[in-house]
Design a protein around this ligand. Structure first.
Ligand SMILES: *Cc1c(COP(=O)(O)O)cnc(C)c1O
Length: 393
């Protein structure tokens, strides 16, 4: 079957797909329609952080689908309550709103911030975001996103969003006025090219927020759920936000998003303020509960930090040998390798040799391996990347 041509015939052409038809996956292995096996160092954009078809998640989902698929948020459901309790217990937050995706979680965050800002006179509504950021593909979230390629052709966008340069505290101070309601940022930029701000940057932003009665919103859709070696990336510096968004790996592959907030902020929403038909779906929540139990109740995060150190050492050894590697950026298993050549060429060559990786921002290789990745798989990848870089230099 020529699946690729059939896809092109029937599906809207918005994705730059690689020539790989995936039929099955388990752990960090992926199989194509011809039976060839690949090592997955991308986890479907940091979604299957526990590895594909994790047995405990599969079991939780299986048990739930025989009980209840859906009933509507007009009633109470158990998995949703349990996931909210776990999220609150293991974070800064007091309250949770569930959505189905990252963009929707950010939409909810933007709406909550505006609703909260509406109590001031004049109302606060302006949201500051960073250049190079990514917050989603809905109208509000493309407006929030600090990348022109995401916005172009969709004007008019929403009023009230201001972009400032990445990692620049002064620029934030200059952008603030009495109508500023929030600063929204990713603790580490994912789509922007795995950009890690300087130490203390987040602390300084927190201080600015406190001094000006401004909310701090962390978009942890990519950095959250163990990706950086802690449950949430904000834990590294202990800088707590007022609102935090999650999605991607929250249910290890089933659609879900969440917006977490402190009680004082969450109070701005009342009955009717916001809603979602599927948000907090019982099956997705059953999976999310299993994910949270594993991340908070096992040694997996400790393992992630150890395997990260191993990966880091291997990548730095490679950098010593190749001038075309300009920089290696790594936090937990969120990895960017900046090259001075086009990254997509390397991605295609890795695919041919059985490794799934990704390119962001033209010249950055992005790796988001599942947290269960093993040394042997990393060593095999480094060997392949070594060969490819030798051909390219
Ligand atoms: C993926 C991502 C989003 C958007 O999530 P969707 O589920 O695709 O809507 C938003 N913010 C960040 C940081 C992301 O990585």
């Amino acid at each position: 079957m020529d699946w690729i041509n059939k896809d092109r015939q029937y599906i809207m052409d918005v994705y730059a797909r690689l020539p790989l038809v995936v039929t099955r996956a388990k752990g960090y292995k992926v199989w194509d329609d011809k039976g060839k096996v690949y090592t997955d160092l991308f986890s479907g954009i940091s979604v299957c952080n526990l590895g594909h078809c994790h047995p405990k998640v599969v079991k939780a989902v299986e048990a739930q689908i025989y009980r209840l698929f859906h009933i509507s948020n007009l009633y109470y459901t158990l998995p949703q309550i349990e996931v909210a309790e776990l999220l609150v217990k293991h974070s800064f937050a007091d309250k949770v709103f569930f959505s189905n995706s990252g963009a929707e979680a950010n939409e909810a965050a933007i709406k909550l911030a505006r609703k909260w800002g509406n109590q001031f006179s004049p109302p606060k509504y302006k949201i500051i975001t960073l250049e190079g950021s990514f917050h989603g593909r809905t109208m509000a979230t493309i407006t929030a996103t600090g990348q022109q390629k995401v916005k172009s052709g969709f004007a008019p966008l929403l009023p009230g969003f201001i972009h400032v340069p990445f990692n620049n505290v002064k620029a934030i101070e200059r952008a603030i006025d009495k109508e500023t309601v929030a600063i929204m940022l990713e603790p580490i930029q994912g789509e922007g090219g795995i950009r890690i701000p300087s130490p203390r940057y987040l602390k300084k932003v927190r201080k600015i927020c406190d001094e000006n009665q401004i909310l701090l919103i962390f978009d942890e859709i990519q950095t959250g759920m163990g990706r950086t070696g802690t449950l949430f990336a904000y834990e590294h510096e202990g800088v707590k936000p007022d609102i935090l968004t999650l999605a991607k790996s929250l249910a290890n592959g089933l659609p879900i998003g969440a917006m977490l907030a402190k009680e004082q902020i969450a109070m701005a929403f009342s009955v009717g303020s916001h809603a979602s038909t599927f948000g907090g779906n019982p099956v997705s929540c059953a999976a999310a509960k299993a994910v949270l139990k594993i991340l908070t109740g096992t040694e997996l995060l400790e393992y992630t930090r150890q395997i990260s150190a191993f990966f880091k050492e291997k990548l730095h050894q490679l950098k010593e040998r190749y001038k075309i590697i300009k920089e290696v950026r790594i936090c937990g298993l969120m990895i960017g390798i900046e090259l001075d050549i086009k990254a997509q060429t390397i991605v295609e060559k890795c695919l041919q040799r059985g490794f799934l990786i990704n390119a962001v921002q033209a010249n950055v290789l992005r790796l988001l391996p599942p947290l269960i990745i093993e040394r042997e798989a990393i060593e095999a990848f480094i060997e392949v990347l070594d060969k490819i870089l030798r051909e390219e230099q």
